[in-house]
Design a binder for this molecule. Sequence first.
Ligand code: NAP
Ligand code: MG
Length: 486
Amino acid sequence: MSTQTIQTYAGGFFDGREHTNGGDPLPVTDPGIGQVFAEVPGGTEADVDAAVRSAARAFPDWSALAVRERGEILGRAARHAEQHLDELVPLLTREQGKTLRDSRIEVTKALDTLMHYVGLSRALRGAHTPNLDPGVEGIVLRRPLGVVAAIVPWNFPTTLLCNKVAPALVAGNTVVAKPAGTTPLTTLRLAELLADGGLPPGVFNVVTGSGSVTGTALVKHPQVRKIAFTGSTPVGERIMALAARGTKRVTLELGGSDPMIICDDADLAAAASAASMGRFYNCGQACLAIKRVYVFEPVADEVIESITSKAKRLKVGRGDVEGSQMGPMHSAGQRRELSGQVERTLALGGTLTTGGGPPDDPELADGFFYSPTVIVDPPHDSPMATEEVFGPALPIWRVEDLAEAIERANASQFGLGSSVWTRDLHRARQAAEQIEAGYTWINSRTKVYDELPFGGWKSSGYGKEHGEEAFSYYTETKSVVVTSGP
Ligand code: NAP
Ligand code: MG
């Protein structure tokens, strides 16, 4: 067994510089080899308070800038960070586990989201109603909220962060971010790079630490006006309850169990590829992912065979090893959770066509690997159907027709994404109208566009990210009635 040097980090970035947290050290583990390589002290209540005060101090000047100017500053900072892509990508792979290719896609997308809102900063317009009554006009002003807390999980540490930071900052708020305790490093480095690139001190702050201590302190802090949260449904519900005190604003991007409906007239090869990619990318640890497949009976055997053979062919390996197509799961705990769900499901029924446990390659024995897994026709009340499955295991069910597929698709507490595969426009429209979810892709999968609002229905969340619509979750409006003199 190799011994590694464990590097210690400060854990905070406030007021434009590093801040050493006062809490206990939290380990950061390389999921590909199961070894701790860094330690980061968690943020205490006092550290959180210092971070929030830094953001509150920066707010008056930042919010007073012209929106175009905020956009220009953020744009310069993002372009500076982009020059360090080759440093951010391996850092993300090391702390998260994903392949270098996926890390590059993720960080590039995160910075692109910043640039998207830089562009929108030139397009923001208010509203004006000229003739409310004779001689009376209405103006709707938009004002930032103040200090925004951004709390994100470990599966996409940079994109989920930038989805919040970009509209929040352009709208004139300042931000305190709390990354997951297990993926603090990329976020800390990104904060440094954005500051080096000219983002003024205090505008974007980071405090790392656990959800229970640091996250809770941040949510409860009286100067935090809004919590932008991505994570699990139970934690989201807790945050919403805590936010009631002080009538804080929340947006919640929560769990999902996206259905995919494959009709008998679909391009079956394209659908099978999408199912495999859509389930196994990021080792199945994505909120938007194909998590339940409903396939029409006449084409079911062909589709099951095709998805199974793709799953078998996927090259599982360490994220930093050339040629790996699927990396490890993020932690031992995540893998335990997934194997429990697979085992409880198979105990109830269903046929395992591939996977069902860790790969037997001895090279991978120390990492948190799990083989791509396909289960056909498990009971509709088994964990595969009723719980969020956050790992590389895909259930496939045969259905009679579109009505049954939609009914099954909607029989879930979640409503994040969904897709339907058919060449029949009428069927596609019917599914898009009837599936209870924030996104429906017709003949494509899981790609989120910065141009379109994104957010879950039902237990998958509250509020929207992306698109111009996101600005409305980082601002208050004020109606001003102007009555002209006699
Ligand atoms: P999680 O446990 O809910 O954690 C998310 C974040 O919240 C982490 O930073 C966590 O910190 C923090 N946290 C935990 N407890 C907290 C508390 N009591 N108060 C304040 N903050 C707290 O989520 P996860 O299970 O790690 O992540 C996966 C989940 O995220 C899945 O359910 C997935 O579907 C969902 N997700 C949703 C979207 C979307 O856009 N809808 C996108 C990606 C992921 P620590 O981890 O340090 O404890
Ligand atoms: Mg958690």
